[in-house]
Ligand binder design. Sequence first.
Ligand code: TYD
Ligand code: MG
Length: 465
Amino acid sequence: MAKKKTVFECIECGHQDPKWLGRCPSCGNWNTMEQITLRPGSVSGKSSSGNMSPGLSSKNSIMLHNVDISEAPRFSSGFIEVDRVLGGGIMKGSAILLGGEPGIGKSTLMMQIAGSVKINRNSEDSGKILYISGEESASQLKMRADRLGIKSEKIEILIESDLNRILDVLNKSKPELIVMDSIQTVVSEEAGKVPGTVNQVKFCGHSLISWSKNNNAAIFFIAHVTKEGIIAGPKIVEHMVDTVLYFDHSNSGIRFVRAAKNRFGSVDELGLFTMEATGLQEVKDPSTLFLIQRDDGMPPGISAVPVFEGSRALMVEIQALTVPAKSGFSRIYSDRIDNNRVSRIAAVLEKNMSLRFSDQDIYINVAGGMKLNEVGIELALACALYSTRTNIPFPKETAVAGEISLAGEIRPTAHMERRIKTALEMGFTRFIGPNSVETLHARSEHGIYKGVRNISESIKTIFGK
Ligand code: TYD
Ligand code: MG
């Protein structure tokens, strides 16, 4: 017979150790190690089916070519933006975490999804949705649903935080979509006395995920994220679920849903929303969202670049400002583009264009507050820096894209064709980018394209210097 094993686990971060320690070596907290008993055969106390993909619960092996995939494994959330971020809809039997700051609109989004999901409804009794709330009362939920104009008759409400009673209701009503608002409110006596600890969240999360996988239901866990960006208490949920979504907002009030982990799709997609009086509205054409409309000319220090967010291209405005360094050495203030990228591009300009940046404080911003992580923005960043330093405005009708090497060459960038199309659609009439084989076709098809080899050629072509 397998022997039960005990280990000590930190209630803050979940670190496990064979012996008791006064201080957790992982998170550094004192007196947080508690003794737990591992079930025989399990390594970490996890239930074995808890982390499995849907349809993995069968006891016997099966021939690959006999696997039946005729029943669609996904259903639509009713929101194109959410479906795209999930990789094509909600996967049956999957567990999804929706994290975000309090007030960002997590409960609103989930209630709207509950009201608009398109689950296959074979019979009267199928396609049920259970919205479990440990945070709000039934009347609060009803008031929100009314405000959102939700008329669905398939939504059941459960105001409960006790795991066993939740499981009882699940067994009785057999929903196909479950919303747990929030994971931090569920408690089980079996997982210790304190609610919200790693043990509780882990135990309750696994129980609910197991139920969902066994019943081919999809489950959403809402989780609060603190200002530091970490899910309050248990980061551990991220490891248990198939997909992790984060809900965040920009300075301009646009709300983003982004996948930080996705077992069933890419993590590059971005879903865009605005919060209106009647709930979250999808932003279906975001291409101009991050451009500031100006009737008169462009002020110096601003450039335009089409960027890729997942599968869509957006025009974005990069802004730069340099002022003589206050502290004797140069500092970079840039929270939308990585500081290292900014200082590298400034160094390339300094070397090739005889412009000094090393005695300047550099401020970089992106209109609309979007964070930019891709190499394709480097030429635009160089243009914004050059423009502010020389006081020559970037031409209004021009867009650029390209990566810059340390030697100052303009390197090919992915999706050039789509970038050029997006710029054209937005009314740009000139496009400067790498002079590469990849852009040959773009050059002949769109007469607006001009390929450049290096940074000084780019500056000459764009600014006429
Ligand atoms: P909520 O979904 O409660 O946020 P979370 O669950 O992430 O804490 O919504 C938060 C805010 O959204 C709240 O301040 C009110 C606002 N709101 C609207 O502006 N319009 C609406 O239709 C709804 C339902 C909420
Ligand atoms: Mg809420």
